[in-house]
Design a protein. Sequence first.
Length: 92
Amino acid sequence: MITKRDVEHIGWLARIKLTEEEKSKFAKRFNSILDYFEILDEVDPDVPPAYNISGLMNVFRADVVRDSMSQDDALGNAPKKEGEFFKGPRVV
């Protein structure tokens, strides 16, 4: 179960300030998502996947080439950067 304290920690990791009302709202939403996973856990694992169902229209779309975001825009809101790169906390 996700608590308000968990949501507060997630917000801290994402560097998002949340009000008490938002923490309660997101805790309920996260728990609702976890409830759906419990429903999915009830699916019979022996049922083969349906990869290509005939009669359905093609759900694939063509790739469209677009200009990407500039490096300055990408780094614009980064709290820490080193040269042309994002700088994150040391993991190991």
